[in-house]
Design a protein around this ligand. Structure first.
Ligand code: URA
Length: 252
């Protein structure tokens, strides 16, 4: 048996066209078979006749395969970077408008589903990652990865002056919890404004930390996850696909 060529690029996974389209939310298997029958699917400029044909899911597929004249949606794994605006929720289940409603409608039917990497509160803005890549999601949130998140908080009252020490001590216990918080870095940015870098993701953590030192968060914005900063040109509500370099920057 010949040895695999160590230099050869990894083979792209193959998928049946009808399954691929159904998993990207274009419709049920029957509906996508109908799309193919109506000559709406083209590969390299040629009408696809067999909805059961196998296609290689390579990075260039969206440039080669069109559905109703439009490039194919990006296949999984897909990770997005969003500037989360105010007043949208990160959960599929919570009532109210969700971040998923800011994405193309069809993407809500994708398998695997897209979900946010951690959550921001409804009234927190800033950098949010959304992915269908389970291993990547777990790598970002795993305590072993030490991915820090930075928040800028505007406060109701001026800083007392001892917050950096209290948050940095690694002993602060939040109400109702049994384990102290890991050490966090507080950097004052103004009399009632501070950047707080945390390595955990407990429920309402930043708001509860400031409550523990007698303050109240008026507005909260996440501007950094690991080494990845929220791009300055990304308006609230806007999103784009995360580049491989940005993905690597998270862990840098
Ligand atoms: N901590 C909070 O209190 N809220 C967020 O949205 C994120 C971190």
């Amino acid at each position: 048996m010949s040895k695999p060529d160590a230099k050869a690029p990894p083979k792209a996974p193959m998928a049946r066209l009808d399954r691929l389209l159904a998993n990207l939310g274009y419709g049920s298997r029957r509906e996508v078979t109908d799309l193919v029958a109506r000559k709406q699917v083209m590969l390299d400029g040629v009408v696809v006749k067999d909805s059961g044909a196998k296609v290689a899911i390579a990075a260039d597929l969206p440039t080669r395969l069109t559905v109703s004249g439009q490039p194919l949606d990006p296949p999984a794994p897909l990770t997005l970077l969003m500037h989360k605006p105010m007043d949208v929720v990160c959960s599929h289940r919570e009532p109210g408008r969700s971040v998923y409603e800011l994405l193309p409608h069809r993407w809500r039917a994708r398998i695997p589903a897209l979900s946010s990497i951690g959550r921001l509160d409804k009234d927190t803005t800033g950098l949010l990652l959304i992915t269908d890549d389970g291993p990547f999601l777990h790598r970002v949130i795993s305590p072993k990865s030490h991915v820090a998140k930075r928040y800028v908080a505007t406060l109701d009252r001026p800083l007392r002056g001892d917050e950096a020490e209290v948050f940095g001590a690694g002993t602060l216990m939040l109400d109702g919890e049994t384990d102290p918080l890991a050490s966090a870095l507080l950097e004052p940015c103004g009399p009632a404004e501070a950047a707080l870098t945390i390595t955990e993701g407990r429920y309402h953590q930043v708001r509860r930390m400031f409550a523990a030192v007698g303050n109240h968060v008026v507005s909260l914005h996440r501007d950094r996850i690991g080494g990845l900063a929220l791009p300055a040109d990304l308006e609230p509500g806007a999103w784009r696909i995360l580049t491989p370099q940005e993905q690597a920057a998270i862990f840098a």
